[in-house]
Design a protein around this ligand. Structure first.
Ligand code: ADP
Ligand code: MG
Length: 240
């Protein structure tokens, strides 16, 4: 579903990604961890060209994102992003936040989009919030709306960039529950997170990014039980 080969990304003179390789198969959940500033967000942002890769190859569901003729809006629809700070449109209702994408990008009718949106709100346990505005919601509710909005695009994969890092601790669980459901339903997911419990329970593979490359790429059991890599050991010592 997603293939990243030898991805390099520099900001000015600083090379942040120095040859990143990641393969994500259909239905896989890949969790990415690593120190702050190690380039986790940059990897996700390169996948849908919110950042322009410096070099390398990225294929998303057969779209070559480095090919100038690729419709980048289609790539962003197929591999859609959920952000740490939700990025909801503040002037639009919850339902309109969710239906905008399908109407604009998929050409769905307003009525069909509203039906889809209401179903998705049920799915994220927010059925009664359709007419609310984002500022009337808690952080956990906002993030569940953002997930419903992502799902409304009927993406092939969802990229989560620290989806629970901005939440009060008591609201983290409700968002992780929704993400677990998606994983169980077979959604392809790439998740940058510090939630090690989620990684252990839900991930098919866990990746440790440090010093511009993927240092470790293993199933969670091996990843956590036997962290041989010294910098991973050090990192886990700080976060667990
Ligand atoms: P992480 O998500 O792992 O914390 P990021 O991918 O956000 O790390 O950032 C990796 C490095 O790239 C950091 O040093 C950050 O300051 C730098 N960086 C990220 N985005 C930009 C940008 N748009 N311009 C300049 N530097 C950036
Ligand atoms: Mg980040």
């Amino acid at each position: 579903m997603i293939s990243i080969r030898n991805l390099h990304k520099s900001f000015g003179d600083t090379e942040v990604l120095k040859g990143v390789n990641i393969e994500v198969a259909k239905g896989e959940v890949v969790v990415i961890i690593g120190p702050s500033g190690s380039g986790k967000s940059t990897v996700l942002r390169c996948i849908n060209k919110l950042e322009e890769p410096t070099s390398g190859t990225i294929i998303v569901d057969n779209y070559d994102i480095m090919d100038k003729s690729t419709d980048i809006n289609m790539v962003r629809t197929e591999a859609t992003m959920v952000f740490q700070h939700f990025n909801l449109f503040p002037h639009m209702t919850v339902l309109d936040n969710i239906t905008l994408g399908p109407i604009k990008v998929r050409g769905t009718s307003k009525k069909e989009a509203n039906d889809l949106g209401r179903n998705l709100l049920k799915k994220v346990n927010l059925a009664e919030k359709d007419s609310d505005f984002p500022n009337q919601l808690s952080g956990g509710q906002k993030q569940r709306v953002a997930i419903a909005r992502a799902l409304a695009l009927q993406p092939k994969a969802i990229l989560f960039d620290e989806p629970t890092s901005a939440l009060d601790p008591e609201l983290v669980g409700e968002v992780l529950e929704v993400m677990k459901t998606l994983a169980a339903e077979g959604m392809t997911m790439v998740v940058v997170t510090h939630e090690m419990g989620f990684a252990q329970e839900v991930a098919d593979r866990v990746l440790f990014i440090d010093e511009g490359v993927v240092q470790v790429d293993k199933p969670p059991k091996e990843f956590f039980s036997n962290p041989e890599h010294p910098r991973l050991k050090d990192f886990l010592g700080k976060v667990i």
